[in-house]
Write a protein that binds this ligand. Structure first.
Ligand code: NCD
Ligand code: ZN
Length: 335
């Protein structure tokens, strides 16, 4: 039987939520990942040092062992230098959301006034704190990410030493932007390596495939696959696994977010294997991220096997992507 081993897989964009949901989903990520960048879009958002520390403690209490590092983030606001110096040791990055653009982002940035943001972003650059960005405008849904490219350019030009991570990119426009500026990086989800808009709404509408940013066109999918499969050195895996209770997805007014954490590595093996690129997967799921963020995760060795794995119908009331469907790879062991 064919196997493939991954060392210290990292999920560079993960929603773990809080309370009962946190207790449900955190162990699933901690099982197969060495660590993850934890999104701060709780209600209220994680925007103080105390909130970061307390949230990290709740995450650690929710995982069954210590071999999982939650790399904490702060919800972007125009913070002053004193505050950033005080919180720097407790965070790995700061996450910027345009106001109201996605789940729990109401307190985000409402205008990209570079001069207003300059003190914060210059201090972040000086302290080596990366800026993770949800890059969408409030324009037409299929154009939101492409329209945001001018804001990425503005940020990249004005803050050339700030590491800017274009989160969960979904378009050829973002892929083309990556090499234009040295300080731009990107994360890619597993669902955006598999889906186009057709899969979401082309037949019967699929609420469990609905997320922000929405999956785009075939040419966008091809562009994402090309940089992921070659493990472009500026690209990292970030699942954007975003659990919502089943009733919030299967309802009139479906919440945005695809839940993939427990099946992400299996699907990545299947995709990379299909294209004969399994040798590049280690860079995509860990080594690039370690280098870009300068992090050294806890040791973990995950061995996957090429055999049928049927995705569970739900995980504690959360329906995963491809529930009930067969995947070609399964997790064989974790050491
Ligand atoms: C995320 C969530 O539910 O928190 N939803 C999503 O569709 N990806 C927020 C986000 O990352 O946009
Ligand atoms: Zn997200």
């Amino acid at each position: 039987m064919q196997t493939h081993t991954l060392l210290m897989p990292l999920d560079m964009h993960l929603h773990l939520r809080d309370a009962v949901m946190l207790e449900n989903v955190a162990p699933l990520s901690a099982y197969s990942f060495s660590g993850a960048i934890i999104m701060p879009n709780l209600v209220p958002p994680v925007d103080t040092k105390e909130a970061v520390i307390a949230y990290k403690e709740r995450i650690m209490a929710a995982v069954p062992n210590d071999f999982f590092e939650p790399y904490m983030t702060l919800f972007y606001k125009n913070y002053d230098k004193k505050f950033l110096l005080d919180v720097e040791e407790d965070i790995t990055a700061i996450k910027l959301y345009p106001a109201g653009i996605t789940t729990n982002s109401e307190g985000g940035v409402s205008s990209f006034d570079i001069e207003e943001m300059r003190p914060t972003l210059e201090t972040m650059a000086e302290l080596g704190i990366p800026l993770c960005v949800h890059g969408e405008t409030d324009g037409f849904v299929m154009d939101r990410e492409a329209e945001f490219m001018s804001i990425y350019e503005l940020l990249a030009q004005n803050f050339p030493t700030l590491k800017i991570i274009m989160e969960h990119i979904t378009t050829k426009a973002a892929v083309d932007m990556l090499d234009k500026y040295e300080n731009l990086y990107a994360t890619i989800t597993v669902h955006h390596l598999l889906l186009t808009l057709d899969d979401v709404v082309g037949g019967m509408m699929q609420p469990h495939l609905f997320c922000k940013p929405i999956a785009k066109r075939p040419e966008d999918l091809d562009a994402l696959l090309s940089i992921a499969l070659e493990a472009h050195p500026k690209v990292m895996f970030g699942s954007d696994s975003a659990p919502h209770p089943q009733h919030a997805k299967e309802s009139c007014g479906c919440a945005a977010g695809v839940f993939t954490a427990p099946i992400a590595l299996q699907l990545l093996c299947e995709i990379f294997d299909q294209f004969g690129k399994l040798d590049n997967l280690q860079d995509f799921v860990s080594d690039n991220a370690q280098r870009i963020y300068g992090i050294c995760p806890e040791f973990k060795e995950v061995t996957l096997e090429k055999r049928t794995f049927v995705v569970p119908e739900n995980y504690g009331g959360v329906v995963p992507m491809f529930a009930g469907e067969a995947i070609g790879w399964a997790i064989e062991s974790v050491d």
